[in-house]
Design a protein. Structure first.
Length: 102
């Protein structure tokens, strides 16, 4: 192999790694990671993060969903604290629009 072949191989490798990085950035940036179909075939997930809010660099409020129940957690340096349990999940936006139209 000559030197030109090595440069082509290295350029192709850099291009592929850059494309993988760009796709990973787009998936994380637009929140598509949880929406992509899983390879294992699982469709319904029982646990998920509904929303979070950063209060300061070490403290965050997190609203999690388990089945149809939501829980509000305070995550900080002292450890996790349950702020509120058993919050009923809000209806889906389509349900709200259908009820308003009736």
């Amino acid at each position: 192999m000559d030197l030109d072949s090595y440069f082509r191989f290295l350029a192709a490798l850099v291009l592929v790694i850059a494309l993988i990085g760009a796709v990973a950035w787009v998936v994380r940036r637009f929140g598509l990671a949880g929406r992509l179909p899983s390879i294992g075939g699982r469709t319904a997930r029982r646990l998920g993060v509904v929303e979070y809010m950063t209060l300061d660099p070490k403290t965050r409020l997190v609203l999690i969903r388990r089945d149809d129940t939501q829980h509000l957690l305070l995550l900080g340096a002292a450890g996790p604290v349950v702020v509120e349990r058993g919050i009923e999940a809000l209806p889906e936006p389509e349900t709200i629009k259908a009820e308003a139209a009736e």
